[in-house]
Design a protein around this ligand. Structure first.
Ligand code: B12
Length: 213
């Protein structure tokens, strides 16, 4: 039997080695060894992604490495998300429209959050990536969600979150929906500054904040 620590280390290494096959194998091992999906994602996959992001930022690697690491992470996530346990109080937690803002194609974090919310009884409308301001507004009007979630991973796409909130106000629907933001550069200060309601630091934090007690 592999220790939990070893399984998590293998997951991290598969991503920093850009090895898709090893990523799938490590994720399957995590499932076999009973490591929880969320733990494997947050302490394995997310750690590996953070590391390749840091190497890229220091100029030690380039876009192809970032892409290869992301591909390995997606392989692991495919296995882990399939095995995410469904909550016993399934359904009835409310509807959430979620998407990544315009100009931004990062969706790994958003997809984890969406999967975790779905597993905890929320009805999810996922608009995908590079979602225009108008599409967010139209979706709030169409789907009448309890919550709107917006992801931004780039400092230069964060302002789109603010523009969506302004557009919601302009169309008189801001008060009908709770707005939660997420993404690595997003802070509590930013949430306050642009008049959003919450920050989802990670998938667990998001579920805890949105789940009806
Ligand atoms: C993987 C990755 C990519 C992949 C994305 C693949 C994909 N399908 O998502 C690829 C290779 C395509 C990519 C491209 C680029 N990337 Co990139 N990327 C990353 C990397 C390494 C990991 C991101 C990730 O998935 N993290 C793991 C997840 C689990 O964490 P997370 O996203 O933060 O999500 C968690 C929380 O934030 C929260 N959350 C997230 N979304 C939401 C939404 C809601 C509603 C809620 C409540 C919560 C929530 O919960 C999640 C789960 O815990 C980061 C480094 C980093 N530290 O983040 C750089 C990073 C974000 N990228 C960066 C850059 C510069 C780029 C490019 C511009 C590079 C280029 N020269 O082209 C392009 C931009 C493309 C575009 N227009 O969007 C920079 C951004 C710098 C900045 N300050 O703006 C980073 C920080 C790397 C770095 N350190 O320099 N990237």
């Amino acid at each position: 039997m592999l220790s939990e620590r070893k399984v998590l280390q293998d997951l991290v290494k598969s991503i920093t080695d850009y090895d898709e096959e090893a990523a799938s194998t490590a994720a399957e091992k995590a499932v076999e060894e009973g490591v929880g999906s969320i733990e494997a994602i947050e302490q394995g996959v997310a750690v590996g992604l953070k590391k390749i992001g840091e190497d890229y930022e220091r100029g030690e690697t380039f876009l192809p490495e970032l892409m290869m690491g992301a591909n390995a992470a997606q392989k692991a996530l495919k296995v882990l998300l399939e095995h995410m346990p469904q909550g016993s109080d399934y359904r009835g937690q409310g509807r959430i429209v979620i998407g990544t803002v315009e100009g931004d194609i990062h969706d790994i974090g958003k997809n984890i959050v969406a999967a975790m919310l779905r597993a905890n009884g929320f009805d999810i409308v996922d608009l995908g990536v590079d979602v225009s301001i108008q599409r967010f507004v139209d979706s709030v009007k169409k789907f009448k969600p309890d919550v709107l979630g917006m992801s931004a991973l780039l400092t230069n796409t964060m302002p789109k979150q603010q523009e969506v909130i302004q557009a919601l106000k302009h169309e008189n629907v801001r008060d009908s929906v709770r707005v939660i933001l997420g993404g690595v550069p997003v802070t509590e200060e930013w949430v306050k500054k642009i008049g959003a309601d919450d920050l989802g630091k990670d998938a667990m934090d998001t579920v805890q904040k949105l789940k009806k007690s």
